[in-house]
Design a protein. Structure first.
Length: 365
């Protein structure tokens, strides 16, 4: 039996088995086997295909990617937000490559990538689907672009992303697995488990050859999430849903669409350039970055360009961005801004910086 036949067989069995208390461990086991087979299948397909991926250089402080079906307006939006000039046309698959553009916002340089449209079956390799999805995996933020006249695309898109391990609107399951030499698998949960039972956890681990371990569940998760924990190559990126072409809807239709998407989408018209400033702001906020300015000791003004850092970054992180050797000579730092009580406050390497802080690093010479 080929890998594909085996996958089909297990999928059929899962379909046929009704889910209840008595079968849930069995279904969990089947799903784990399926996940494993799919992973192997994927490796087989991608081996010998090296060098075919898109060549894109990450640049700027963060990378954002535009994901959507063909003709939803990805290229139009890229052109509206950045200095890029990506080809726009009324037919599908206008964009065949990855086109980067740079968006400047509040001192941050945010790279936006326009990519070919994703279609149902992309994750299985349709179009250049797998290569496109590889680009998506590497971004800091995913913008899911929908055509307001066809929002059914959303679930199809989510499905393609899901099949390549991209988990939208989820956070990593709070589960830890400590492998051991002996003693079997013990499962401890500090919450009530309603979606999974301990036997299912053990069965899933068994499929992956884990026979001795302590599994700690800090939240109630599904069997699929348990498999995600073990599969490891799952990612949980930030995302925003954008509703484009709202200029094409009358108020009544817009209201309906809004309700269907539970008001979670950002409404724009890329062509009419409406709500683009609001979108830029939301992108910046979602990236959760802070701006830190540097200043030389004794000088008045600070650097015109900020360093863009993750929220929660410390003086140590900032020093490393300035120069990797600076830590060895570090004496202290002076900070002015929201993270301190008074101007030029003296702090150490572990001090957590805030947006807009001005930082001076003092070194021993
Ligand atoms: N009415 C309206 N039309 C739009 C809007 N944005 C884009 N379009 C039109 O939609 C068509 C497709 O736009 P593109 O930007 O090429 O779409 P795309 O998503 O890049 O398409 P592919 O590269 O083929 O995947 C073009 O005819 C655009 O003029 C919008 O906000 N409103
Ligand atoms: Mg395009």
């Amino acid at each position: 039996m080929t890998g594909e036949e085996r996958i089909k067989e297990i999928e059929d069995e899962i379909q046929k088995t009704s889910y209840n208390k008595a079968t849930q461990f069995h279904i969990g086991k089947l799903k784990a086997k399926l996940a494993q087979l799919k992973e192997e299948d994927l490796k087989r397909r991608s081996s010998g295909k090296k060098g075919e991926g898109f060549a894109v250089k990450k640049s700027g402080d963060a990378t954002v990617v535009l994901v959507g079906f063909p003709s939803v307006g990805k290229s139009t939006l890229l052109n509206a937000m950045t200095d890029a000039d990506s080809r726009v046309a009324a037919y599908e698959f206008t964009t065949l490559n990855v086109v980067p553009g740079m968006m400047e916002y509040e001192g941050a340089k945010i790279q936006i990538l326009d990519i070919p449209g994703i279609i149902a079956g992309a994750s299985a390799g349709k179009g250049r689907g797998r290569e496109v999805l590889a680009i998506v995996r590497n971004a800091d933020l995913i913008l899911i672009l929908l055509d307001a006249t066809n929002i059914r695309h959303l679930s199809a898109l989510e499905k393609e992303l899901y099949s390549v391990g991209i988990r939208i609107n989820q956070s990593p399951p709070r589960v830890s697995i400590q492998k051991q030499d002996k003693g079997g698998v013990s499962v401890v949960a500090n919450v009530k488990l309603t979606k999974i039972d301990k036997r299912t956890v053990r069965e899933i681990l068994n499929v992956y050859g884990i026979h001795n371990a302590t599994v700690a569940l800090h939240e109630d998760i599904t069997d699929d999430q348990m498999i995600d924990v073990i599969q490891k190559n799952r990612i949980y990126p930030k995302s925003l849903i954008l509703l484009n072409k709202i200029d094409m809807l009358n108020p009544a239709d817009l209201k309906k669409v809004r309700e269907e998407l539970k008001g979670q989408a950002i409404e724009i018209s890329a062509e009419k350039r409406s709500n683009i400033d609001e979108l830029k702001k939301k992108i910046f906020q979602k990236l959760d970055v802070i701006r830190v300015y540097t200043k030389r000791l004794g000088e008045k003004g600070h650097s015109p360009e900020p360093m863009i850092m993750h929220k929660g970054s410390t003086v140590r992180d900032a020093a490393l961005m300035v120069h990797k050797d600076i830590i060895a000579k570090f004496k202290n730092a002076h900070v002015t801004g929201k993270s301190v009580k008074f101007d030029e406050q003296v702090v150490g390497l572990n001090h957590v910086l805030k947006d807009g802080d001005v930082l001076t690093i003092v070194t021993n010479r």
